[in-house]
Design a protein around this ligand. Structure first.
Ligand SMILES: *[C@@H]1O[C@H](CO)[C@@H](O)[C@H](O)[C@H]1NC(C)=O
Length: 335
């Protein structure tokens, strides 16, 4: 979705963009076989700190989300659509961070910044898959909470386990189709002369900026697909919360109110974090370094949000805490 905002910001410069693309096409060019990922700072002094920081965030993300998946899969009490969506979100989070951070850590250690064309395209494919699936799962979870709170009597008929599985399968299928579309469009592009990406992994937006081909079709598809991938889940989330707040206000007992709020609290926190960072980064960019803004946004989506998810769920949710406690007790008694 950062790609969507990228296209928005660049819509105005479309004309000049295409002009440049056309002019560059005419000369003789060396075709790029590998890309250079600049990473974060160019100075050597910060690299050790960066390595430790990202390694730490990586481990926290993998362990935290891994515990959630384990706790949910071992506790049959949690085999409900909502928790299966959550387990899928955790799986997507682990995959998302594993797609970008390990390669970056290796590059820092080996002091090499290169990535082959094929690896770069593969990394881009998966980065799109996981950003889109995050969006779709948050939307699906909003729909689930909407039915649970606004139509509690129909919940078991509306949210059958089969239907939950169907929604998950559709989400994964759609995100792969979207990533495939962008990838097939991207490999049509030529990369000549310039191969330096001012980024820490191969992301669609900086790749499009780098290409010397005409990127109009790519930008157009990005705009339309990106818009729908953001708008539909966000609308779902928005309307479910309008209804949820209404329902909660009608509950007379304070205890009932609190229970209803805490059911959705964890989801709302993730949503606010996720969309909050989008708004924060792309509506109020530190305009002096647009490339750094892309990078900061990417860090938030691919590293910080995946890392925060387990804390939000396990700390705020009684059932998750119970499942984790069971998991730990089981481990201890089996030692
Ligand atoms: C994702 O969801 C599906 C169906 O809802 C479930 O069968 C599967 O176990 C989940 N994946 C993970 C990693 O929990």
């Amino acid at each position: 979705m950062q790609d969507y905002w990228f296209s928005c910001r660049n819509m105005k410069t479309f004309g000049s963009f295409l002009q440049i693309g056309r002019n560059m096409h005419q000369g003789n060019h060396t075709i790029v076989a590998e890309f250079i990922l600049l990473g974060f700072f160019n100075q050597d002094e910060h690299q050790n700190l960066l390595f430790v920081l990202f390694l730490g965030m990586y481990l926290v993300t993998v362990i935290g989300n891994g515990l959630i998946i384990l706790a949910i899969s071992l506790d049959t009490y949690l085999h409900t659509p909502m928790y299966l969506f959550l387990a899928n979100l955790s799986f997507a989070d682990i995959s998302s961070i594993s797609n970008s951070v390990p390669k970056m850590l290796v590059n820092i250690q080996t002091k090499s910044q290169s990535i082959s064309y094929e690896s770069c395209i593969t990394q881009m494919y998966f980065s799109i898959v996981f950003v889109v699936i995050d969006n779709l799962l948050l939307g699906t979870m909003a729909y689930d909470r909407f039915v649970a709170i606004c139509h509690p009597l129909n919940y078991t008929t509306l949210m059958r386990p089969r239907f939950g599985i169907l929604l998950t399968v559709i989400s994964w299928f759609l995100s792969n189709i979207i990533a495939l579309t962008h990838t097939l469009l991207l490999i049509q592009l030529l990369f000549c002369d310039h191969n330096t990406l001012p980024h820490f992994f191969c992301d669609l937006a900086p790749l499009l900026k780098l290409s010397c081909s005409d990127t109009m079709i790519n930008e157009l598809v990005l705009f339309i697909v990106g818009l729908s991938v953001i708008i539909f889940p966000f609308a779902l989330i928005f309307f479910s919360y309008v209804c949820i707040i209404g329902a909660v206000l009608r509950v007379s007992s304070t205890q009932g109110k609190w229970k209803a709020f805490s059911t959705c609290g964890s989801h709302l926190t993730v949503v606010l974090l996720f969309y909050g960072t989008i708004v924060g980064v792309y509506f109020f960019p530190s305009s002096t370094h647009p490339e750094d803004t892309d990078k900061t946004g990417a860090v938030l989506f691919t590293v910080v949000t995946p890392m925060m998810n387990p804390f939000i769920y396990s700390l705020r949710n009684k059932d998750m805490k119970g499942a984790l406690r069971k998991l730990i007790n089981r481990k201890i008694s089996s030692l």
